[in-house]
Design a binder for this molecule. Sequence first.
Ligand code: DO4
Ligand code: MG
Length: 290
Amino acid sequence: IRYQQEAVLQLAAVTDQGDVYPLPQSDFLSLQKDADAQGITALELVRSAIADKQPIDEKLEALDLAVPIEAPEVWAAGVTYQRSREARNYEATGGKLDAVTFYDKVYDAERPEIFFKSTAARTVGPGAEVQLRSDSQWQIPEPELGLVLGSQGKMLGYTIGNDMSCRDIEGENPLYLPQAKMWKRSCSLGPAIRLVDAVDNPYDLQIACRIYRQGDKVVEGTANTGQLKRKLEELVSFLTRDNELFEGTVLLTGTCIVPPNEFSLAAGDRIEIEITGIGTLVNSVAGAGC
Ligand code: DO4
Ligand code: MG
């Protein structure tokens, strides 16, 4: 994690017990670079750095968390879960579920859907506000497992992403996808990066999404990364193909939780996305133009 301490951002390791240990590096990529220079994994470096140290007095919940990495680019895969395929078909056909669409085709095709989602300036971290678009009446969060990548596509860690989406704009015409996906504060990442070596099986992570309106829970959904149609390496290999990647790029792996069709986000809503071992990404929703 990174948290705000006086005027500086502090990098820290969090144990599964919730104890927080400050680290000497300034950010996640420096930690990775130091580990590479020593020929050890980032997990080994963290373990040796916190051995014999005392955690800080505050628990994780008390800290002012920042986005765990300033990802220069965020890319996203789409229609990687059956649930997303069904939801996209509903948007595109107005509910004619017997029609065969390009969403059906991409779900089964060798080449996955991968699109450019966000830049560091458009991405917010835990506790910050995501924003609504002014020209959409049907907006939802998309809770997704995110892969933090090195410049050669090496998977360094896992995080949580919210691929904010406008179902009406995408449903009207798939060529509107960039407008349905990308605008100011339409992406959120955090609260933590879990190092790859600290995850036994990335295909068995529980994902939950909860949306609260005026304190009442109005949406709840759960899923498991075991439902992912594709392998993570497969998504990364298409992203890196003939591409230039920057250290710390994040690849979101698609959504498997879609709120009921009649639901649209409203200003003031609170979105919680939880993934086992990574934490809970909490964002409130700001109205358009805020
Ligand atoms: O086809 C549009 C995007 C789908 C998407 O973002 C997802 O499945 O998560
Ligand atoms: Mg998505």
